[in-house]
Design a protein around this ligand. Structure first.
Ligand code: OFO
Length: 183
């Protein structure tokens, strides 16, 4: 008896997303290693923590596929992109990578909608919200580097940014999660 509740299209799509989340984790790790070797331990710490979030996303999808009786395929992870040139370049690449991942998530949402697979559609809504948070977080990084002076940021400004990011929260607060009592 076939107990697999995922279509082969969605199974392929979700498995591809498993690899994509793993690739995102590798990208954050490689940027963290780069930042650390450039002397930015606080930024490295932030990026390492974020790599763990990406691994959690990967695990979340793996668990969902298994829950639905599907087959998980663990595949090769593509190599991370080249090292950033500057902290600004690093944050720009983080933003681009998040937008790219958001597009992949939206495709899965559309695929599940088109198939009427409401369980997967419902599961994917968590990722839609998460990607909004991640894009906001990446935009905040870009704002911070802009305030620090962008590509021409001084040593002092970068020092402060590095110190702040060491203890910055991993999640961005979304306007939609605010309430009148807790604005
Ligand atoms: Fe998995 O959220 Fe970023 O990419």
């Amino acid at each position: 008896m076939n107990t697999n509740r995922l279509s082969s299209t969605l199974s392929d799509g979700l498995n591809a997303q498993v690899t994509k989340e793993a690739a995102a984790a590798q990208t954050y790790i490689s940027f963290a290693v780069w930042a650390d070797s450039e002397g930015f331990g606080g930024i490295a710490n932030f990026l390492f923590r974020h790599a763990n979030e990406e691994r959690n996303h990967m695990t979340k999808i793996i668990e969902y596929i298994l829950q639905r009786g599907g087959r998980v395929r663990i595949e090769a992870i593509p190599a991370p992109p080249a090292d950033p040139l500057t902290i600004q370049d690093c944050f720009e690449k983080v933003f681009e990578s998040e937008v790219d991942n958001t597009k992949a998530i939206y495709k899965l949402v559309k695929m599940s909608f088109d198939e009427g697979d409401w369980a997967t559609w419902n599961f994917m809504q968590w990722f839609v919200k998460e990607q909004t948070e991640e894009e906001t977080l990446a935009m905040e990084l870009l704002d911070k580097i802009k305030i620090a002076g962008g590509a021409a940021a001084s040593g002092d400004a970068l020092y402060e940014l590095d110190r702040d990011l060491k203890s910055a929260p991993d999640d961005a607060e979304l306007a939609q999660t605010k309430t009148a009592e807790n604005p």
